[in-house]
Design a binder for this molecule. Structure first.
Ligand code: G3H
Ligand code: 13P
Ligand code: ZN
Length: 333
């Protein structure tokens, strides 16, 4: 049993309270490997932004939960080496699917866990979330829960349709579970294909697909029911079209990939939305840089030669999100 404080990590309690009051959001970036982690820490250290390192089930299967936890411990020391004296870093379980998974992360030193029982009936979601909260809070670990269903793939749970969070349910859910933050469904979804082309309109000038707007009315109703309560948005990648173009130019095949426009995420950041999850954009930046470097240097076989530009590209992306979209720069001096 290791407590997250021994690893130099923080939970989300104070971080979220400040973000809600200050009208900005904390970036929650998924990581699966060293290059992503280095890029996240370099970006956070350079901008002095609090940051949430997220570990999904896919990441645990790919890289091993124990190894990822030690990498996060190393990340705190690395951040200090980069001159960030007071790193504000959370290690968070993304989409925890059971009490046992959440418990194993709490016991291993994670400072925050998500229990995602959003696909279960309301009462079952409450029961399992409450069980996780009771255990996590004994160890000072904060808990994110989810109400409403995002379209697309949530780890192994795939939903055809999204079901917006019902604002009339949030008070009962938050009160009975004691969760610290709530992920809601307002039209975002996971992955690089967030909308079907028929849900979008065509911008005649650029020829690009324009997605339908997020349901800000639902967000505002939730805020009115739970004033100041930390709200989380999953599935918030913007799917930068220049990265998609680069991937396609160098042999990839991503058709009709569409994300959430950044202006809408900027607007959401100013509300009670205090955590914004971004994974796919980092995958796109990494893949675009690797494809380009490999195509332009066909004789190269040292992975460091193509992973260096990939890491640089991800760092640039993370800094852009922090400074221009979420507004969390300078909030962890
Ligand atoms: O919630 C979805 C995240 O993007 C993680 O996806 O399970 O493929 O790592 P993953
Ligand atoms: P994206 O697929 O939009 O990056 O969402 C990531 C996410 O919500 C992780 O939990
Ligand atoms: Zn998610």
């Amino acid at each position: 049993m290791v407590n997250y404080k021994e690893l130099g990590l923080v939970n989300t309690k104070e971080m979220f309270a400040k973000a809600v009051a200050g009208g900005y959001a904390i970036p929650a970036f998924n990581f699966n490997n060293m290059e992503q982690l280095q890029a996240i820490i370099m970006a956070a250290a350079e901008t002095k932004s609090p940051v949430i390192l997220q570990v999904s089930k896919g990441a645990r299967n790919y890289a091993n939960q124990t190894l990822l936890r030690y990498m996060a411990e190393g990340a705190v020391e690395y951040a200090k080496e980069l001159g960030w004296e007071n790193p504000q870093i959370v290690l968070h379980l993304d989409h925890g699917d059971s009490f046992e998974t959440c418990k194993s992360c709490v016991d291993m030193g994670f400072s925050s866990v998500m229990i995602d029982a959003s696909s279960k009936p309301f009462e079952e979601n409450i029961a399992i979330t409450k069980q996780v909260v009771e255990y996590a809070h004994q160890h000072g670990v904060t808990v994110e829960a989810e109400l409403g269903v995002l379209a697309g793939v949530e780890d192994e749970v795939a939903a055809e349709e999204s079901h917006y969070t019902k604002p009339e349910e949030v008070i009962e859910f938050a009160t009975r579970t004691g969760c610290d933050s709530l992920a809601i469904s307002i039209g975002t979804s996971h992955g690089a294909y967030k909308f079907k082309p028929e849900q979008c309109t065509l911008d005649p000038q650029t020829g690009r697909l324009v997605p339908p707007p997020l349901a800000f009315d639902v967000l505002h109703e939730v805020e009115a029911k739970l004033p100041g309560f930390p709200i989380v948005l999953h599935g918030s990648s913007s799917v930068p079209q220049d990265e998609v173009d680069t991937i396609n130019k160098f042999g990839g095949k991503l058709e009709a990939a569409v994300g959430i426009p950044e202006e809408q995420l900027r607007e959401a950041s100013k509300s009670a939305v205090c955590k914004i999850n971004i994974d796919s954009d980092s995958r796109l930046a990494m893949t675009a840089a690797i494809r380009k470097t490999m195509a332009e240097n066909p004789a190269e076989f040292d992975p460091r030669k193509y992973l260096t530009p990939a890491r640089e590209s991800m760092k640039k992306l993370y800094i852009h999100k922090i400074v221009n979209v979420l507004g969390s720069d300078g909030k962890a001096l």
